[in-house]
Design a protein around this ligand. Structure first.
Ligand code: AMP
Ligand code: GLY
Length: 417
């Protein structure tokens, strides 16, 4: 087949920019569309103004524009049933159905799956009653891990150091209606370094991607509030090949097989948020999509064709991947105030002076001026023979960017450097 394929990417963040960038390197891909995209993505794809959860409009667009393959970025699109609608319309899509995506959207479903298929994770109990939950927490050692069961944009997890903190968290989640229908999971506290293991999954076929580590806290030294992620790097030196194989065999493959056995085969990226405990890797959470910002440091290391990988997953074919030995490290530039209140609309200059890849996470274009348009705004990456070199490259890029309203961490990679 010599004809090039047209691809639609759904989403508007750094993750989608990295996916578009990887697709742009494929010689099997012709036209790339992105819905809705952002100011950076617009340089590599045609942006289409359709919301990620307007799944009927997305399917309609894919049909009218003879899209060969659609790739889903955000959870919101999966939760709106984008894959289910595309399947019904006979359209090819890389992303799980709503049923399979429950591995992310329902923590209880994920926990039950792990329990049933012997996938290592923390012990847990589920509660809907405040008093019962509180009594249980008080019997157990601190810190207490309390998770809201449902999508809460990363805000639904509290690691409480005191019983008082735990009580406040339980009361917020079970007694305050703002969270919606109340159900919490109280989980065993796990200790060790965290890492992200993303795999392209197609039913029981699992194609592992390179391992990465995210930095969730806002400030240097892992201080400050939790964010969507302030930087990432890949590979992760303290995850040896043995540990990686252990995680693949005992976590990622059984999860994929479990979803098939449960009647909800998964097609897309299964993201293992894992922790290396003294008893080996265990699951903190699964996501049903590419991680953000991990994707921005993993895909630049992919040397084989990403379209082949997506197409193989959708068709159920075998596929081999090839990875660069170089390290990739990315620093997020976020709007001052993020993850709390922040302003939009500050002009960003100097982008043309950066030689490395810069992925736009939240930007807009105002007649050629690039403006901040989100909490996380840019991800500046660096690549090099080792993490030190990649870090230096990334920081050089960060220095070149001029904008009064952005802040970043200087110590991305601190656990490995
Ligand atoms: P999650 O949204 O489930 O990924 O949780 C967010 C963060 O809370 C994780 O990245 C961990 O740092 C922390 N966390 C969640 N569950 C646990 C656990 N069982 N033990 C220790 N830390 C946890
Ligand atoms: N970086 C974590 C996530 O994508 O959920």
């Amino acid at each position: 087949m010599s004809e090039k394929n047209s691809v639609l990417v759904i989403g508007s963040g750094g993750r989608e920019h990295a996916i578009v960038d990887a697709l742009a390197r494929s010689n099997k891909v012709g036209k790339i569309y992105c819905a809705p995209g952002n100011a950076g993505i617009a340089r590599q794809a045609e942006c289409v103004n359709i919301k990620v959860d307007d799944v009927d409009a997305l399917a309609d667009f894919a049909k009218k524009n003879s899209i060969d393959l659609t790739v889903v970025g955000p959870e919101a699109s999966l939760a709106a049933g984008v894959a289910d609608v595309f399947h019904r319309e006979g359209l090819k899509i890389f992303g799980p159905t709503k049923g399979a995506a429950r591995i992310e959207s329902s923590k209880e479903f994920a926990k039950q799956l792990m329990h049933k298929y012997h996938i290592p994770t923390g012990d847990y109990r589920t509660f809907t009653d405040f008093n019962e939950a509180l009594a249980y927490v008080k019997e157990r050692p601190l810190p207490a891990v309390i998770k809201y069961d449902g999508l809460a944009a990363g805000k639904g997890v509290v690691v409480a150091e005191t019983y008082q903190e735990a009580e406040i968290a339980l009361s917020d989640m079970l007694l305050d209606a703002s969270f919606g229908e109340g159900k919490v999971i109280v989980e065993e506290f796990l200790e060790g370094p965290e890492f992200s293991f993303m795999c392209v999954v197609s039913g029981d076929r699992v194609y592992p991607l390179a391992i990465a580590q995210d930095h969730k806290r806002a400030f240097d030294g892992d201080k400050g509030p939790n964010t969507g992620g302030m930087g990432a790097y890949s590979p992760v030196p303290f995850i040896s090949e043995d540990i990686r194989m252990d995680a693949l065999r005992h976590i990622m493959i059984p999860a994929a097989e479990g979803l098939v056995a449960e009647g909800v085969p998964f097609v897309g990226v299964l993201y293992g948020g894992l922790i290396l405990t003294k008893d080996g890797p265990k699951v903190i959470e699964f996501n049903a999509r590419f991680g953000d910002p991990e994707t921005e440091v993993v895909l630049p290391r992919l040397e084989s064709d990403i379209y082949d990988l997506f197409e193989s997953a959708v068709e159920g074919w075998d596929c081999a991947t090839r990875w660069s030995k170089d390290a990739c490290l990315g620093v997020v530039l976020a709007a001052k105030g993020y993850p709390g209140k922040y302003e939009k609309g500050a002009e960003i200059k100097g982008l043309d002076k950066v030689e490395n890849r810069v992925y736009h996470m939240g930007t807009s274009d105002d007649a050629g001026r690039i403006l901040t348009a989100g909490g996380r705004v840019l991800m500046v990456t660096g690549m090099g023979p080792d993490l030190q070199a990649a870090h230096a490259q990334a920081m050089k890029g960060v220095e070149a960017i001029e904008c009064d309203n952005l802040f970043h961490r200087n110590d991305i990679g601190n656990q490995a450097l």
